[in-house]
Design a protein around this ligand. Structure first.
Ligand code: AMP
Length: 187
């Protein structure tokens, strides 16, 4: 089984690219953000706890997202591959994913990182707020918290995958098609 990870700061275009990649390669798309928003929509206990953290721009606890990913791996046994989007977001999650895959005799195939500068993160999230109506996109203070959380907790994941020889970075400034072509080249 192939396990691709789409990595990058909020607003880098991971969700947009994931939708196109799923269409082309028939991957199973696993976005922890989407899974959490689904829990919130369904009013579950998990959703209620997650909402308070998401609305502040903070991360939900590692065990919560790790559990969601594990159950998706169990549910989707006959897919051609997985495309992970927004996970792992901490080094602990990356380590946990490695252990989870190792137990199945598998490993991460490749990490594709879409990089854009911080100024562009702000700009892109502000325009996404107008289209998708996400509460955590609508407020500059929350966006700023997500950017600083990304630098403090998520950026170290880059070194983890560099050390494993699995990290590939592309410049995320360009048209959707340009970025898509670069990602397809890697896959
Ligand atoms: P996203 O849709 O990927 O931008 O995620 C939206 C929000 O969900 C994030 O700001 C976090 O609060 C939460 N979230 C999503 N994925 C994770 C993760 N892997 N670890 C912790 N929190 C997450």
């Amino acid at each position: 089984m192939k396990y691709f990870i789409l990595f990058g700061p909020p607003g880098a275009g991971k969700g947009t690219q994931a939708a196109k990649l799923v269409e082309k390669f028939k991957f199973k798309h696993l976005s922890t953000g989407d899974l959490l928003r689904e829990e919130i929509k369904n009013g579950t206990e998990l959703g209620k706890k997650a909402k308070a953290l998401i609305d502040k721009g903070s991360l939900v606890p590692d065990e919560v997202v790790e559990g969601m990913i594990a159950s998706q791996f169990e549910k989707n046994t006959s897919v051609g591959g997985f495309l992970l989007d927004g996970f792992p977001r901490t080094t602990a999650q990356a380590e946990h994913l490695d252990a989870m895959l190792k137990a199945r005799g598998e490993e991460v195939t490749s990490v594709i990182s879409i990089m854009i500068p911080d100024e562009m993160v702000m700009e892109r999230i502000r325009s996404r707020a107008l289209i998708e109506g996400r509460a955590d996109d609508a407020n500059d203070e929350i966006i700023a918290n997500r950017i600083s959380t990304y630098h403090a907790k998520t950026e170290p994941v880059i070194e983890f995958y560099k050390a494993a020889g699995k990290y590939q970075e592309i410049n995320g400034v360009g048209t959707i098609e340009e970025i898509f072509d670069k990602i397809c080249g890697i896959i």
